[in-house]
Design a protein around this ligand. Structure first.
Ligand code: NAD
Ligand code: MG
Ligand code: MG
Ligand code: MG
Ligand code: MG
Length: 345
């Protein structure tokens, strides 16, 4: 059964039934950002966890130091009821091929992002459950929020429900890593994958960095000092985003001056105009029809030639050369020098 229906139900602690995970063994494959957080939170919640890492993996020592049981991915998957695949997305298909024979009927193959299932890079056996538990946050916060009792918001999704237990088990897992404390939304693999890719490309990572660079270049090309341009177009962005994060756009508009509000309301749509909107729609289409996925898979198969070049160009952008010494000034401020903290504001 494939879950294509979208809901906006939010689940909290009281909606989760931990008996769906308490007697199970979870194999966490990978010990990076998400892996270390899931493994430690599960273990602290009393769930039997085994971390699956290659013999050569440098993460083995870290997982052992954190008091966790470590095995190879194959050994871990063999003993587990739930296999949580938390190696990088580009590595997952190869790791899946290694462990696929260890999946027994009724086991669960679980992800924190839908890319490989949605774009058919992993074709799971028909007799297992396939679920997603995706914290909407980097792993170190998933761990920190668990320890501080706050919890981290997350998503769950069910792609294949062979046992009839898939959703309840995913909710129990979300509970055990602290997500239901903050709230968990049910989505589908398709929706999570497409919105995640679109968001990071058009707005969060791609859109914002382009906006910052174009703004910076416009000021510098007009003869203003790079340091001023850096503060105005990059550094202050954090303050604006913090306000939006706390109280939406309204809180931000309320907090800036009337001049900033009027100028922003009359000029913003001239920068990000209907042409930008058309480009966004095109980018969304490439996500939906698989063009982006095919491009990224081929790029990886070719050894990442364009990716390497683009990363290099980004690292060498003028704004990066200007930013480094300036951020060092702010590091002093972090150490408690209030006068320096005020200087560039
Ligand atoms: P990561 O890059 O931080 O870590 C992956 C770990 O996998 C490494 O630390 C290592 O232990 C292992 N690994 C690396 N290369 C390997 C290889 N060739 N073979 C076997 N093991 C290898 O990964 P991540 O960012 O935690 O991502 C894991 C999953 O979580 C992905 O599906 C990602 O989309 C998803 N996710 C990540 C975040 C995030 O903020 N990082 C948030 C939500 C979901
Ligand atoms: Mg098993
Ligand atoms: Mg995302
Ligand atoms: Mg993503
Ligand atoms: Mg200003």
């Amino acid at each position: 059964m494939t879950d294509d229906e979208l809901t906006t139900t939010v689940y909290y602690d009281e909606d989760a039934d931990r008996t769906h995970i308490d007697d199970k063994t979870v194999a966490v494959l990978g010990y990076g950002s998400q892996g270390h957080a899931h493994a430690q939170n599960l273990a602290d919640s009393g769930v039997d966890v085994v971390v699956g890492l290659r013999e050569s993996s440098s993460s083995r020592a870290a997982a052992k130091d954190d008091g966790l049981r470590v095995a190879t991915p194959v050994e871990a998957a063999a003993e587990a009821d739930i296999v949580s695949v938390l190696v990088p997305d580009t590595v997952q298909p190869a790791v899946f091929e290694e462990i696929r024979d260890e999946l027994d009927a009724g086991d669960t193959l679980q992800f924190a992002h839908g890319f490989n299932i949605h774009y058919n890079q992993i074709r799971p056996p028909e007799d297992v459950d396939v679920t997603m538990v995706a914290p909407k946050s980097p792993g170190h916060l998933v761990r920190r929020n668990y320890q501080s009792d706050e919890g981290t918001p997350g998503l769950i999704a069910v792609y294949q429900d062979e046992t009839g237990d898939a959703r309840d088990e995913a909710l129990a897992y979300a509970h055990a890593i602290g997500c239901t404390r903050a709230g968990v939304i049910q989505t589908s693999f398709q929706e999570e994958t497409e919105t995640d890719l679109f968001g990071e490309q058009a707005v969060l990572c791609g859109g914002v960095t382009s906006l910052v660079k174009q703004g910076y270049e416009t000021l510098v090309d007009a003869g203003y000092s790079p340091e001023m341009a850096y503060f105005e177009c990059l550094n202050e962005l954090k303050l604006i985003v913090d306000l939006m994060y706390e109280g939406g756009l309204g809180e931000m508009w309320h907090s800036v001056s009337d001049t900033a509000e009027y100028g922003g309301l009359t000029r913003g749509d001239r920068v990000v105009d209907e042409h930008a909107r058309e480009n966004m729609e095109e980018i969304l289409e490439e996500v939906q029809n698989g063009t982006f996925a095919r491009e990224w898979i081929a790029e990886n198969q070719a050894g990442r030639p364009s990716y390497t070049q683009l990363k290099d160009r980004e690292e060498n952008h003028h704004i990066e050369q200007v930013g480094e010494p300036l951020r060092d000034l702010f590091a002093w401020a972090d150490e408690g020098d209030a006068e320096k903290a005020e200087a560039p504001a």
